[in-house]
Design a protein around this ligand. Structure first.
Ligand SMILES: CC(C)(COP(=O)(O)OP(=O)(O)OC[C@H]1O[C@@H](n2cnc3c(N)ncnc32)[C@H](O)[C@@H]1OP(=O)(O)O)[C@@H](O)C(=O)NCCC(=O)NCCS
Length: 158
């Protein structure tokens, strides 16, 4: 498997359930964080922390007993940051019905023992799809600037 992609596959379990009988959003967010963390550490060979996660698209519910595939794929690197696209797909093992469940782009930074950011190897897109995904990550970063400013104003100055 390429070093910029990490895939987790497992069954969703009864302990993942929410009050509506489907998989809890918090469980899905944990899978996103774990797969993306593994992808970031795998790429940088450094300890990494989550810098930003937003815009999680919960497109379809995940049912208990579904097979879940969480794919984390490095799509863009800055100096210390790694932008990782996470796609969650499911398949019902009985009916074979497949579903695209969740998508987001999460940003990690590599840090040293003091928690200071450190440079990561540059990701060079190879295929047309890689290039499209890199442009997508850059576009999201641009769009996020205004959101970040608004959120910081609210959080810091409150
Ligand atoms: C992440 C952290 C080390 C960044 O420290 P900092 O001194 O602010 O460093 P920077 O401003 O250079 O940001 C680091 C990188 O993250 C990027 N970044 C920062 N905020 C961002 C955001 N909202 N969206 C996307 N990228 C962001 C920066 O652009 C920079 O990328 P680059 O090095 O590739 O240019 C610090 O904010 C921190 O420790 N945060 C808490 C992390 C944490 O506890 N996570 C949850 C548990 S793991």
């Amino acid at each position: 498997m390429p070093t910029h992609i990490v895939i987790f596959r497992f069954l969703s379990e009864p302990s993942d359930v929410n009050f509506g009988g489907k998989v809890h959003g918090g469980a899905v967010m944990k899978w996103i964080d774990q797969a993306a963390y593994t992808c970031a550490v795998n790429w940088s060979s450094q300890y990494c922390v989550t810098v930003y996660v937003g815009g999680i698209l919960f497109l379809n519910p995940i049912h208990i007993g579904d097979m879940v595939e969480v794919q984390a794929r490095l799509v863009y690197t800055g100096r210390s940051s790694m932008h990782i696209a996470v796609d969650i797909k499911t398949i019902n093992p009985k009916t074979k019905v497949e579903s695209k469940a969740t998508h987001c782009v999460i940003v990690f930074a590599a840090v040293d023992d003091m928690g200071k950011t450190i440079p990561v190897p540059k990701w060079e897109p190879q295929t047309e799809d890689d290039k499209t995904m890199e442009r997508y990550a850059i576009r999201l970063t641009e769009m996020r600037k205004e959101i970040n400013e608004e959120m910081l104003l609210h959080f810091i100055n409150k």
